[in-house]
Write a protein that binds this ligand. Structure first.
Ligand code: NAP
Length: 328
């Protein structure tokens, strides 16, 4: 089978090699999945460069989330060959390959109505946004949610999930195209933060009250601005630091304005509260089948184009998710 492998760390274009790798076999509680679609993530670039928190031994195959069909089931597995699934193959044998092995704890059935590209594109970003809005921020119907970088992977998922929960959504993005995408995703109010000050827009849209929940994958100045337009008893959820600077929250400010700053590291739930992930998956499948969420795909690229697609992903020019089809 074909697989992308990193033999020497570097930028995706120099680090990734397309190789012929041996077919995988399942151990106990594992399945083999023939990969129909694999999603690309920003951290795949960091993995290639050796700058990610996880540093697998060389050679390794990046790729954290795939969709496909089970072809083999190991001992003690209830899932059947032929079942369509999302899978999260562990490193060093990630998802940028024709087939993967995954433990059953990282395998989630998908409905026949869901195309493989959409399935591969949704797992990490929708799980993250759902945990952020519902578990960490306890979002209530009728509240106002401010979603930063609303055209990005996690941001686009957060807009749709907040709308599905009955919230009013204000979304920010850089540039008119991305702002238009936020509107198409269902945002009620949009802000191009290259042109306008989002603090003023939020205050105006909420009659001075501020946003009840703020979803922040950017950090830095965006986080600082969020503290100025968060509502009484509001919750700012720290998702990531795409902007590069890790901001600070002075505790006296939290006290005098009565708001909370909460963090979310979704990956940790697999270790600490693993039962929550399949529960959330079922809820996401229900919302998908009800037409309330629909993963945004920027482009499906051929398997040969993966290194270029990863470089494009790192350039801030894309929106939603990039997906590849290893089978061609
Ligand atoms: N906490 C968790 O469990 C978790 C899970 C998944 C992802 N994340 C993190 O969330 C962040 C976003 O992930 P994603 O998958 O949504 O990424 P993405 O699709 O690449 O989107 C990130 C967005 O951030 C905005 N941005 C602002 N400043 C930027 C900069 N200097 N460089 C690049 N982008 C910048 C861009 O939107 P504009 O051009 O509109 O500003 C970009 O579209 C990442 O830091 C990621 O590591 C965290």
């Amino acid at each position: 089978m074909r697989a992308w492998q990193v033999h020497e760390l570097g930028d995706p274009k120099s680090a990734l090699n397309l190789v012929e790798a041996p077919e995988p076999h399942p151990g106990p509680d594992e399945v083999v999945v023939e990969v129909e679609a694999a999603a690309l993530n920003f951290f795949d670039i960091l993995l290639c460069k050796g700058e990610y928190q996880e540093k697998p031994d060389l050679p390794f195959t990046p790729g954290a989330e795939v969709s496909g069909t089970i072809t083999q089931a190991g001992e003690g597995v209830d899932l059947q060959p032929g079942q369509r699934v999302i899978a999260t193959p562990p490193l060093p044998n990630g998802g940028l390959a024709g087939k993967v092995v995954a433990p059953t704890s990282g395998v989630f059935p998908i409905p026949d109505s869901m195309p493989f590209e959409k399935a591969a594109a949704m797992h990490i970003v929708y799980q993250t946004a759902h945990f952020a809005l519902h578990r960490r921020a306890a979002l209530r119907e009728g509240e106002t949610v401010l979603v930063h970088a609303g055209a990005g992977g996690v941001g686009s998922a957060a807009i749709q999930l907040a709308k599905a929960a009955g919230a009013t959504v204000i979304a920010t993005a850089g540039g008119p195209d991305k702002v238009g995408i936020c509107r198409d995703l269902g945002a009620d109010v949009t802000v191009d933060y290259r042109e306008d000050n989002f603090i003023e827009v939020v205050k105006e849209a909420t009659e001075g009250r501020g946003a009840d929940v703020i979803f922040d994958p950017v950090g830095g100045d965006v986080f600082d601005g969020s503290r100025r337009c968060v509502a009484f008893e509001g919750r700012i959820v720290v998702i990531g630091f795409a902007g590069g600077r890790i901001a600070e929250a002075p505790t006296n400010h939290l006290l005098v304005k009565n708001y909370s700053v909460v963090g979310l590291h979704w990956g940790l739930y697999a270790k600490v509260m693993p039962h929550l992930i399949p529960e959330t998956h079922q809820e996401l499948m229900r919302l998908y089948e009800a037409g309330q969420i629909d993963p945004l795909i920027y482009e499906t690229v051929s398997f040969e184009e993966v290194p270029e697609a990863l470089e494009l992903l790192g350039s801030r020019k894309t929106y939603g998710k990039l997906v590849t089809r290893p089978g061609g």
